[in-house]
Unconditional design. Structure first.
Length: 201
């Protein structure tokens, strides 16, 4: 079974590509969902987070926006959070990939926002990066989240620049999809990109 890491900059359309792949019958694991599952009430990771940052726990549940504000402002906090959550996320990912292989899937996709930043992209056979122009990215992020310019800038500064993610994909023989226009155009570009990925299987 061939494994594909799907990533991209925030507000570039990564999740839309994941939905398009699912509609085509491709199994896709959303690591954002896995990350939420590992910090659900009763999970050991949530207890560790509560011990370190009590202010991000509200009524026994993680306030993800509050935690996001903590980690975007403090690289050390971000690393500490990753040390708590990433091993648990990867354990569940490995289990899912094994299930897809047993089911006979020819290709399985794992979707994650910070795949290149964390180095986890190296775990997959190929890398698919969804990108867009910085201007479009800023406008989408502001519109989607209601952020002001300063908050948008902080979120973008916490991620690897889009050009750097594209360069990593190209160095590894992966594929980059540019999503600056419509979903219809994105679907067409995905068809072309997916054909390239399958041809290299």
């Amino acid at each position: 079974m061939r494994t594909v890491g799907l990533t991209g900059g925030i507000a570039c359309g990564k999740s839309t590509v994941a939905d398009l792949l699912r509609a085509r019958g491709v199994p896709v694991l959303d690591l954002d969902k896995v990350a939420r599952d590992v910090v659900a009430p009763g999970e050991p990771a949530l207890a560790e987070i509560a011990a370190r940052w009590p202010s991000v726990i509200v009524d026994g549940t993680l306030d993800r926006r509050a935690l996001g504000a903590v980690i975007v402002a403090d690289p050390a906090a971000k690393r500490a959070l990753e040390a708590i959550t990433h091993p648990r996320i990867w354990e569940r990912t490995e289990r899912w990939l094994a299930e897809q292989a047993r089911a006979g899937a020819p290709v399985a996709v794992v979707e994650a926002a910070l795949m290149v930043e964390t180095g986890s992209h190296t775990r997959y056979d190929t890398l698919l990066v969804v990108s867009c122009s910085p201007e479009v990215q800023r406008a989408r992020l502001a519109a989607r989240e209601g952020y002001d310019d300063a908050t948008v800038a902080r979120w973008l500064a916490a991620q690897m620049p889009l050009a750097a993610k594209e360069a990593v994909a190209q160095e590894l023989g992966g594929v980059v999809i540019h999503n600056d226009t419509s979903t219809d155009v994105l679907a067409e570009r995905l068809t072309e990109a997916w054909a390239r990925i399958l041809s290299n299987a």
